[in-house]
Write a protein that binds this ligand. Sequence first.
Ligand code: IPE
Ligand code: IPE
Ligand code: MG
Length: 244
Amino acid sequence: MTARTDARVPRHLAIVMDGNGRWAKQRLRPRTFGHHAGQKAVREAVEFCLRRGIASLTLFAFSSENWQRPPTEVSALMELFLKAIDREVDELHGNGVRIRFVGDLDAFAPELHARMRGAMERTSGNTALNLNVAVNYGGRWDIARAARLAAEAASRGEFGFDEIDEQRLHGYTCLADQPPLDLFIRTGGETRVSNFLLWQIAYAELYFTDTLWPDVDQDRLAEALDDYARRERRYGRTGEQVAG
Ligand code: IPE
Ligand code: IPE
Ligand code: MG
């Protein structure tokens, strides 16, 4: 991986969209009210990335651990995903957005799974923005899956087991065909990764904000990008080396 100190705009932005529940609680409303409100921020983020020419936006919508939430919240989220796909795909497609759902999709109800596949197929030729929606995603799942796929390819004789190195394994991780992750944002005030893009995060810049996800708008995202633009990415080298 080479340093790109000249690049002031991230090519690949990932967001842990956290804080919906607390946003709703502040308003004495049920948690699902916050999830609904969060959809506006998703639209803001997509529009922002299209305007800034960001190649990839990866959103954490549902983690592999989120199944542990109360069943009513889980089913409300599933309903919301289904409706959001039905409502938003036309416009996203019209704006040249390529949608990909990343995660273990087999766990979803057949109807939702089919909608996800349909949206991916329909938008597969688009190039304005890669919108990756992580659902039933876990960073450890991603790495374990990559290891399994690499081992399967090796046992088919495609390469030797001893040739499974970082580069080879990387090729089997989710989002390997997209630019490296430049900026990782978490809203909602927690400073943890919560099993999001563990492999991809290796040299990403991390940005944490207390702003709750439903309150995020394009101005807030612009502040994060301004912060990113001021950083020096050294990739292990010295500041002098990077400047020279
Ligand atoms: C993030 O908001 C959305 C999902 C995990 C689906 P939360 O629902 O985690 O909101 P808080 O963290 O409880 O405020
Ligand atoms: C991470 O948020 C998952 C998503 C935003 C989809 P959580 O709210 O589930 O994470 P924890 O529980 O605070 O670690
Ligand atoms: Mg949360």
